[in-house]
Design a protein around this ligand. Structure first.
Ligand code: AMP
Length: 249
């Protein structure tokens, strides 16, 4: 079985996001970038399938600027076999990403595609679903457990009311939720080994996909600052404030 995992380069989750002075977006110059956390979980799951002898190849793909190669290298250092960079300077929205991934899937013919449930920069939560729809493949989104069977895969999904279990026919698309696994750190020997692994570079034009944006960003702004709270001495004062100042009771 062949597994394809998408890894997005995003601003590191520890970085405090700053909006650009001209309100056109967020500051990314000199900002630490990292692999989207849900994609680390996707890579880890692919590695576990390999280690269990279920998958024989794990291919990672990233779409974006040339520096996405670093994100691919991180996945290779975790243990993935090879990488594909779809290189573009254009800003990619989920529909364009899904179409490009669809073309990569067409070339690679994986049995399973694993993507994150959302990218922590745009929080779209769309790519996996759009990809499954474009391919006409079953999808198991928000996976917290996966169990491959014979030509099928059982996915336990995190849904609002609890957990839902679905069985998908492969090939299928899965999106990862936080509880699926805890991703490993790359060991030093594996970081060295990763330097020799292959990364193929293609462009959206090679894949025949028009990545033109369908959305226009009008303005990016910080959320309004929250006012400081006050401490009350006792419950009576709290009730008094709720009744007479906030007028909510
Ligand atoms: P989104 O729909 O933007 O929230 O992204 C969901 C998932 O799609 C991410 O966790 C990634 O696995 C994948 N993805 C989205 N954009 C990219 C990208 N530019 N490169 C690689 N993977 C991506």
């Amino acid at each position: 079985m062949k597994v394809l995992v998408a890894v997005k380069r995003v601003v590191d989750y520890n970085v405090k996001i700053r909006v650009k002075a001209d309100n056109t977006g967020i500051e990314t110059a000199n900002v630490k970038m990292a692999m989207n956390p849900f994609d680390e979980i996707a890579v880890e799951e692919g590695l576990r399938l390999k280690e269990a002898g279920i998958a024989d190849e794990l291919v990672v793909v990233s779409l974006g600027v040339q520096q996405c190669q670093e994100t691919i290298r991180t996945a290779l250092a975790m243990g993935a076999d090879r990488g594909i960079l779809v290189e573009t300077e254009d800003e990619l929205q989920p529909m364009a990403v899904a179409k490009l991934l669809g073309e990569v899937v067409g070339r690679e013919a994986p049995d399973l595609v694993i993507v994150g449930k959302q990218a922590i920069d745009d929080d779209s939560n769309q790519t996996g679903q759009m990809l499954a729809a474009l391919l006409g493949w079953p999808q198991g989104t928000f996976a917290s457990k996966i169990t491959p069977g014979d030509g099928t895969i059982e996915v336990v999904r995190e849904i609002d009311g609890g957990l839902e279990t679905v069985t998908l026919k492969m090939p299928a698309v899965i999106t990862t939720d936080l509880r699926l696994n805890v991703p490993r750190y790359a060991s030093l020997p594996n970081i060295m080994k990763a330097k020799k692994k292959t990364i193929d570079v293609v462009t959206p034009a090679d894949l025949g996909v028009d990545t033109a944006s369908r959305l226009v960003t009008l303005k990016v702004e910080e959320p309004p600052r929250r006012q400081a709270g006050v401490k009350v001495a006792d419950a009576a004062e709290l009730v008094d404030k709720l009744r007479n100042e906030a007028k909510v009771i």
